[in-house]
Design a binder for this molecule. Structure first.
Ligand code: COS
Length: 395
């Protein structure tokens, strides 16, 4: 049973506590039945992902991903609810967490910068779990160095023609639309990029490869070959793409930390259960001080993660439009720390901990990508240092 005492912290109100109770009960009853078997190939993986999206959508949990006017629950984003959703679903399954993450990230730029027409068209079906979204920014030569992207969109009559390639794209192959970023040439570097919404069935867009990763998730490479989109499918103004991407990532980075928190809580619960039941040297191993030390370290790490994650979410929801520093800290600390918590849990399990398919073994694989995607730990450190230095300069 996950520890929910953090919900008493002043970051939350009764609506959050009610939301957390509802999604926890639903997830405990529903998710294990869908994700019990790890998919053997991409076909099974895609089927499991679609089943999760349909179930989560039907239960209403994607409503935290889009504004109320377009099928969501809150006037704008409620980042605390998004974090509660990712933490709770992540406790039960990495793929269930990923479903919420991608419905949010795959529509976040539309919610923040799209026209009413784009919002009306793309947001309600994603909120209902009837359609799947994706966010395509990374390229082989532009991951962390995103301003160096080469995929280009050229103006053509009343539309745009996109050519290039995007890779490590979550939901590639199962998404119904992609929010993509391409060079439009208003300026060099970060100021010459724009954002577009592209339908998956656009004849100029294809999935050229699927990428297999240690914890299976739908992932692949997109190819744009004279891919024509209407002018109305651009988000914001020409040249705004980099800021649109960064502002969207600001909202969702703390939710990556929340997913890590859910994984870490699960690892600790599994490890404590094991320590209380595993007998060695004449007693349960939980009686040994070296095991108690690990349990204490895990518990402190988890509360520290939760404080940073929900501090960032609360700040975004109630205080500041931009939470670059807070969300970078939340993502950096929670993902790095969760990796250590899960590693300790594996250690407590001993040989059982590295057997394929055991919960802690799955978590050990599941956590790794979170220290890389949506900005590596190294990039988060650059962002944090940049924010600290800028604030220092303000004095
Ligand atoms: N919100 C709004 N605007 C932002 C912003 C944010 N969080 N961060 C930067 N901007 C704006 C800046 O204000 C600046 O605007 P002006 O040109 O008007 O001054 C512009 O964007 C460029 O910002 P900056 O100079 O900081 O850009 P850098 O190229 O130095 O950014 C990093 C460097 C590494 C921080 C950036 O490229 C980054 O975050 N990379 C990681 C990308 C990533 O997360 N990839 C994974 C994608 S999802 S899997």
């Amino acid at each position: 049973m996950p520890d929910t005492t953090f919900l008493n912290w002043p970051f939350f109100d009764d609506a959050h506590r009610e939301y957390a109770r509802g999604i926890r009960e639903w997830a405990a009853a529903t998710i294990p039945g869908i994700t019990e078997d790890e998919p053997g190939d991409n076909e099974q993986l895609d089927a499991q992902m679609r089943e999760l999206v349909t179930a989560i959508g039907a239960a209403g949990w994607f409503k935290a991903c889009v504004p109320a006017a377009y099928g969501g629950s809150f006037e704008s984003f409620d980042v605390r609810s998004l974090c509660i959703a990712r933490e709770t679903l992540g406790y039960y399954s990495g793929l269930a967490d990923f479903a919420v993450a991608m419905q949010g990230l795959g529509t976040g730029s539309i919610s923040l910068f799209g026209s009413d027409e784009l919002k009306s068209r793309y947001l309600p079906p994603v909120a209902a779990g009837e359609k799947i979204g994706a966010f395509a920014i990374s390229e082989k030569g532009a991951g962390s160095d995103v301003a160096n992207m080469t995929t280009a969109a050229e103006a053509d009559g009343n539309g745009w023609v996109i050519n290039g390639e995007k890779t490590w794209i979550s939901n590639a192959g199962i998404a119904d639309h992609y929010v993509i970023f391409a060079r439009t040439g208003e300026a060099e570097g970060a100021r010459g990029i724009s954002a577009f919404v592209v339908d998956a069935d656009n004849s100029g867009l294809s999935v050229s490869e699927r990428i297999d990763v240690i914890a299976p998730h739908p992932l692949g490479t997109l190819e744009f070959n004279n891919c024509r989109v209407e002018g109305s499918h651009r988000l914001g103004e020409g040249g705004d793409g980099f800021k649109i991407a960064m502002a969207t990532l600001d909202v969702f980075r703390s939710t990556v930390g929340a997913a890590a928190l859910g994984f870490a809580r699960r690892a600790m619960d599994e490890a404590v259960g094991r320590a209380e039941s595993r007998q060695a040297f004449g007693s349960a191993i939980a009686e040994f001080q070296l095991i108690q030390e690990k349990i204490a370290d895990m518990a402190v790490a988890i509360d520290a993660m939760a404080l940073l994650v929900y501090r960032s979410a609360w700040t975004k929801d109630t205080r500041e439009a931009r939470v670059t520093r807070e969300s970078a800290m939340a993502k950096l600390h929670a993902t790095e720390s969760a990796q250590q918590v899960i590693d300790q849990a594996v250690q407590i399990f001993g040989g059982e901990g590295v057997v394929s398919g055991r919960p802690v073994e799955k978590l050990y694989r599941e956590i790794r990508a979170l220290r890389i995607y949506e900005g590596t730990s190294e990039i988060q450190k650059l962002v944090i240092a940049g924010q600290v230095r800028a604030a220092f300069g303000d004095d």
